[in-house]
Ligand binder design. Structure first.
Ligand code: UDP
Length: 239
């Protein structure tokens, strides 16, 4: 059970969530749809930080597979997350949501650098903070950046917003008998070999006892319901 109240949330948005039906890039309509869902939780006085992915633009691993130096591809991926953060910030601004973007890689003419104390100050002022640039290091993912930032800002939960509405016993596309877990323990995720996020990110959350939520951001009110501890629309992973 998640006994403590949910007041501060780290939301991980994958880059792919931003592209909608397209196979690349950013769909402004989709970004707006995401902002509408987020607005519902901000109206509940939730302090919100977001880690944004970059897979809709570049992924180091796939560039590496095509012959590019992996680390170079990863730097391109980190820059892609900065681009996504600008798209998201723009949509938040248009909805009168005060937002600050920080980056783990220095691009100071575009967004401010990541400074934990400043991020905490913004959160206490109820500003949305978008963390871009991943962890700032190649060979990591933005899931790991999300686990790291969630721990640093002492979030009550890290919520991974995907296109799937939770964690299933098997791939629900391939196996119609697959069942969704409303709640599951970290140990059971490992024992059952379920895929939630990459191992580094998952281990960090487990070690920090950081609860993980998995929701489908495109199912109306899923995020809102989850924050209000109705887990039927997603999955809660907890110790
Ligand atoms: N990346 C990285 N270090 C990090 C975070 C991200 O090198 O700490 C790079 C990596 O190449 C990754 C890309 O940025 O593939 C985009 O991030 P990710 O794949 O996590 O995005 P998502 O799948 O969430 O869209």
């Amino acid at each position: 059970m998640l006994n403590k109240p949910i007041k501060r949330v780290l939301l991980k948005l994958s880059g792919e969530a931003l592209m909608g039906e397209n196979s690349f890039g950013i769909s402004p309509d989709i970004v707006n749809q995401i902002v509408i869902e987020i607005k519902k939780i901000l109206e509940q006085d939730i302090q919100l930080a977001i880690v944004i992915g970059g897979g809709n633009i570049f992924r180091g691993i796939s560039l590496g597979d095509q012959g590019m130096t992996r680390a170079t591809g990863d730097y391109m991926g980190m820059l892609a997350t900065v681009m996504n953060s600008l798209a998201l910030e723009d949509a938040f601004n248009k909805n009168n949501i005060i937002t600050r973007v920080q980056s783990a890689v220095n691009v100071e003419q575009i967004v401010e650098p990541y400074v934990r104390a400043k991020a905490l100050q913004y959160l206490s002022e109820n500003k949305v903070v978008i963390f871009s640039g991943g962890t700032g290091n190649p060979f990591f993912t933005t899931d790991t950046a999300a686990a790291l930032r969630a721990s640093e800002i002492d979030a009550d939960i890290m919520i991974k917003a995907t296109k799937v509405n939770g964690i299933y016993s098997d791939d629900p596309v391939k196996n119609q008998k697959a069942v969704k877990f409303d709640q599951i323990s970290f140990d059971d995720v490992i024992d059952k070999k379920l895929k939630v996020m990459d191992a580094t990110a998952f281990t960090l959350c487990r070690e920090q006892s950081m609860p993980i939520g998995v929701i489908n951001i495109f199912k109306q009110n899923s995020l809102y319901n989850f924050i209000n501890k109705n887990f039927t629309d997603g999955t809660l992973v907890i110790n």
